[in-house]
Design a protein around this ligand. Structure first.
Ligand SMILES: C[S@@+](CC[C@H](N)C(=O)[O-])C[C@H]1O[C@@H](n2cnc3c(N)ncnc32)[C@H](O)[C@@H]1O
Length: 226
C-alpha cells in the first residue's frame, strides 16, 4: 500500500517542485556543481561514436531543460526524443530546438509514448532520485521496451548508503518531495530482471554539492538491452 501512496504523492510533489524551479534551474544547478548530465554525456558520446551509427535515435528521459541532450546533440548528427512531466522544464528545452520529439509523460507510471524497439540509446541524468521503487522498475521496463536489441541505457541514480533510509522527505525552497536512493545490489538485480546486461557501474561521484556542504553522491549505470 505505501509504495502506491508514495508514488502518488511523488507525482504531485515533484511535478510542483519542478514547475517552481524551472525558471532558475540551470543557474542553480551550475552554482551547485551539478555534474550528472556531464557524466552521462561523457559515457554516452564515446559509445555512440564507437558504434559508428549514422544519425542514432536517442531518448532522453527526464530531459528537463535539455542540459544533457544539448551535449549529445552538439557531438554528432543524431535525433533526440525527450520525455518529462514538467511542462515548464520542457518549455526551456523546446527553446533549444534540438529535439525531434518532446512529449509530456510521467515516466514512472505511464506507458512511454515512443516507438518500441526503435531507440539506439536511452539516457537519463538526475531523474532516478525522483522515482519510488515501483516507478524505477517501470522506468527500467519502459527503457527496455523502446530500445533496440543491443541498445545502451546510461543513467545516474543515488546509491543507498548503509544505515540510511531509501526514501527521505526533502524540503527545498521550491517545495517538498521524496528523494529516493537504491541499494546498488538491488539496482543490478532490477537491471537483470528487466532484461539488461550491465556494462559499467561507476564508483560514487559528487554530482551536486549544496550550500550546506551536503551532496548527491551519484553512481552511473551503463547497460545493454539483451
Ligand atoms: C534534476 S532534473 C534533470 C534534468 C536533466 N536531465 C538534467 O540533467 O539537467 C529532473 C527532471 O526529471 C523530471 N521528472 C522527475 N520525475 C519525473 C517523472 N515521474 N516523470 C517525468 N519526468 C520526471 C523533472 O521534471 C525534471 O525535469
Amino acid at each position: 500500500m505505501w509504495p502506491t501512496l508514495a508514488s502518488l504523492y511523488q507525482r504531485m510533489a515533484a511535478k510542483r517542485m519542478f514547475s517552481r524551479w524551472s525558471h532558475d534551474y540551470e543557474q542553480e544547478v551550475a552554482e551547485n556543481a551539478y555534474s550528472a548530465a556531464d557524466e552521462v554525456a561523457r559515457a554516452a558520446i564515446p559509445h555512440l561514436a564507437a558504434s559508428r551509427m549514422s544519425n542514432p535515435l536517442i531518448a532522453d528521459i527526464g530531459i528537463g531543460t535539455g542540459l544533457l541532450a544539448q551535449q549529445i546533440f552538439d557531438s554528432m548528427p543524431c535525433r533526440i526524443a525527450g520525455l518529462d512531466f514538467s511542462e515548464d522544464m520542457m518549455a526551456s528545452c523546446a527553446g533549444r530546438g534540438i529535439t525531434e520529439l518532446l512529449i509530456k509523460c510521467d515516466v514512472g507510471t505511464a506507458p512511454w509514448p515512443l516507438e518500441k524497439n526503435a531507440y539506439d540509446m536511452a539516457v537519463s541524468a538526475g531523474l532516478c532520485e525522483y522515482l519510488t521503487p515501483p516507478m524505477l522498475r517501470h522506468f527500467l521496463n519502459e527503457s527496455h521496451k523502446v530500445l533496440k536489441k543491443g541498445g545502451a541505457m546510461i543513467f545516474t541514480y543515488l546509491p543507498l548508503k548503509q544505515g540510511d533510509k531509501a526514501i527521505k522527505l526533502w524540503r527545498g525552497h521550491s517545495g517538498t518531495y521524496l528523494v529516493c536512493a537504491v541499494d546498488p545490489a538491488d539496482m543490478e538485480d532490477f537491471l537483470k530482471v528487466s532484461g539488461f546486461s550491465l556494462l559499467e557501474h561507476s564508483a560514487p561521484f559528487k554530482g551536486c554539492v549544496f550550500h550546506d556542504g551536503s551532496s548527491y553522491d551519484y553512481r552511473l549505470i551503463k547497460a545493454l538491452k539483451n
